[in-house]
Every structure is written in structure tokens, then in C-alpha cells.
Ligand binder design. Structure first.
Ligand SMILES: NC(=O)c1ccc[n+]([C@@H]2O[C@H](COP(=O)([O-])OP(=O)(O)OC[C@H]3O[C@@H](n4cnc5c(N)ncnc54)[C@H](OP(=O)(O)O)[C@@H]3O)[C@@H](O)[C@H]2O)c1
Length: 293
């Protein structure tokens, strides 16, 4: 598995990461979640991304992690839902980190993101400073912002963060143009979320309540198909190989789909012509198609 540095930080991660959103929900029991995490390591994936808001995800990772801590670069996201603390205050950020350390059963978290707070929260400074204080105290190794559009652009130029997390996929190219070049210039790493665009090609009719509806709409409008009908290879050949991207975090509840993603990464980047075809289909709508959180 291809490994890359996260920006100018000391952390190195696999080009394919695992987005652990799906292992926190009711569709998987704990045993199946742990089997999926075992598959992550078997495939050479070394980056796992979770969040305080992903149901039982942090807890399930915490029960599995102690035996595997040295093999994993772990990230989570904070800023909300801490008892007794107002969301996005210093107390909520600090409390989120403290709770994550306890639940994940580790004494340091490699990457912690502010989880999609607003521009006014970012500009207010309190949440950002609290996260940097956690870095200073050695509770986290690097500090990040996860979000889109104006907020992401602000975070790229703030001089505070080490890494950004943003949607990068065939149907979401907003940050490619607006933010990734600046991120790269400032030495920030980039975690590409939703790299399969939630696999909208699976649905013949517009889905409802699956989180990928907007991408399904964009797929219809762009009206392209991948070469050889290789959707997963094309999606990851685009996302994981976008300049500035350190790792692309695929979310799945199925070991077989994770294995397919690893095989797709091994096939490498899209050819320049194929990449251009997808960029050119997106370009005419770039002004109206914002980054999707
Ligand atoms: N910071 C944020 O606000 C934020 C927002 C969204 C996502 N994220 C992060 O990004 C990760 C990934 O995002 P995501 O899960 O929304 O999007 P994604 O990785 O683009 O797509 C996941 C969807 O694609 C399906 N899938 C996975 N592999 C497939 C394959 N080989 N063939 C066909 N379908 C496949 C999965 O279903 P199956 O379960 O059936 O495989 C799942 O429904 C999340 O887990 C999370 O860590 C962060």
C-alpha cells in the first residue's frame, strides 16, 4: 500500500484510509466492526478516521485499538456534545479530546479535527486555540479542520492547522480549485472524505435518506460513465491521487468493499485524459456546486 506524509507533519499514512462512520451504526454489531478493523490492517491501511458524532464508532475502535495501537494513525473530530459545555467553546473542544482519549483508550490521538464549525466560530478563535493547546500539551499530535467552502478556505490560510479534511470526489471538486493549492503551499496535509461520493451509481432512481442524494443529482447532470465501467477505480483514481491529498478515506460496512477499494488504489491514478474528462464535466457547474459537508 502506497504511503504518504500528511503535509509537513511527522505522520505517514496509507493513500487509502478507512472512514469509520459506518461502524458506529446499528447495521453492524461489535464483532463485525472488529472484523472490519482487522481487514483494514490486513490490507495495509494505516489511517482510521472517526468522530465523536459517529454513534458507537469511537467506543468500538477503543475496544479494538490497544492490541493494534502501533499500527494505526488515528483521527477523530470534536467540538460538540460534551455534557455541561456549550458547543464550540474551549470547554467543548478540550472535553471532546479528553473524552476521546478515554473512549479510544490511548494516551495520545494522532489527528484531531474541529468537526465542521462555522466561520464565525473559527474567526472567534476560542475553539481553534483550545485545539492548539491540546497539541501543545501533547494530547494530540496534529490539529485539523474538517469542512468546506469559506470555512475551509479560512482554515487553509489561518496558519493554525496542520491538516484539512474535505470532500474530494468526481462530483465534488470545489475544494480542488479553491483550497487545495493553498493547503499544499502552506504544508498542510489533506484527508479526502467521501471519496466514492457515496457511490451514487448504485441507484437507478433518486435515493432518499442515504446521504448521497446531491451526488446522485450531479451524476445525472454530468452524465458520464467511467472507462470499463470501473466506478470504484475511477472514483479512487481521481480522489486519492488529487495533488495535495494525503489519504482518501473510504467508508464501508463490508470487508469485500474495502478490499475492492485497496485493489483500486493499486491500479493507480487516472490517466491525464480521463481525469480531464471528469474535471471538464464538472467545470461548467463549478460556480453552483459547492463542497458538500
Ligand atoms: N468530516 C465530515 O463532516 C465527514 C462527512 C462525511 C464523511 N466523513 C468521513 O469520510 C468517510 C467516508 O465518507 P462516506 O462513507 O460518507 O462516503 P464514501 O466513502 O464516498 O462512500 C461510502 C458509501 O459507499 C459504499 N461503498 C463503499 N465501498 C464501495 C464499493 N467498493 N462499491 C460500492 N459501494 C461502496 C458504502 O456502502 P457499503 O457499506 O455497502 O460498502 C457507503 O454507502 C466517513 O466514514 C467519515 O470518516 C467525514
Amino acid at each position: 500500500m502506497l504511503q504518504r506524509q500528511i503535509g509537513d507533519s511527522s505522520l505517514t499514512v496509507s493513500a487509502l484510509g478507512f472512514g469509520a462512520g459506518h461502524i458506529g451504526g446499528p447495521d453492524l454489531d461489535e464483532r463485525a466492526a472488529h472484523a472490519l478493523l482487522d481487514r483494514v490492517l490486513d490490507l495495509g491501511i494505516t489511517f482510521i478516521d472517526t468522530a465523536r458524532g459517529y454513534g458507537a464508532s469511537e467506543e468500538r475502535i477503543g475496544k479494538w485499538l490497544p492490541r493494534h495501537r502501533g499500527s494505526v494513525v488515528l483521527s477523530t473530530k470534536v467540538g460538540y456534545d460534551v455534557p455541561g459545555e456549550e458547543d464550540w467553546t474551549a470547554g467543548a473542544v478540550r472535553g471532546g479530546v479528553e473524552q476521546a482519549l478515554r473512549v479510544l483508550k490511548t494516551d495520545v490521538i494522532d489527528v484531531v479535527f474541529l468537526h465542521s464549525c462555522t466561520l464565525s466560530v473559527l474567526e472567534g478563535g476560542e475553539a481553534v486555540e483550545a485545539l492548539l493547546a491540546c497539541r501543545e500539551a501533547g494530547k494530540i499530535r496534529i490539529a485539523g479542520y474538517s469542512g468546506e467552502n469559506d470555512e475551509l478556505a479560512w482554515a487553509a490560510g489561518a496558519g493554525a492547522f496542520d491538516v484539512l479534511q474535505t470532500s474530494v470526489n468526481l462530483f465534488d471538486q470545489a475544494s480542488l480549485r479553491r483550497t487545495l493549492p493553498a493547503a499544499s503551499e502552506h504544508g498542510l496535509g489533506v484527508v479526502a472524505k467521501r471519496p466514492l461520493a457515496n457511490a451514487p451509481w448504485r441507484w437507478r432512481e433518486r435515493p432518499d435518506g442515504v446521504y448521497g442524494e446531491t451526488y446522485w443529482d450531479r451524476l445525472q447532470k454530468m452524465n458520464l460513465r467511467p472507462l470499463a465501467d470501473d466506478w470504484v477505480g475511477t472514483a479512487l483514481g481521481f480522489s486519492a491521487f488529487t495533488p495535495a491529498v494525503s489519504t482518501a478515506i473510504v467508508g464501508t460496512s463490508r470487508p469485500s468493499n474495502l478490499t475492492a477499494a485497496a485493489a483500486a488504489i493499486a491500479r493507480g491514478p487516472l490517466s491525464a485524459a480521463e481525469r480531464q474528462r471528469w474535471e471538464q464535466a464538472f467545470n461548467p457547474r463549478a460556480g453552483e456546486w459547492a463542497g458538500e459537508i
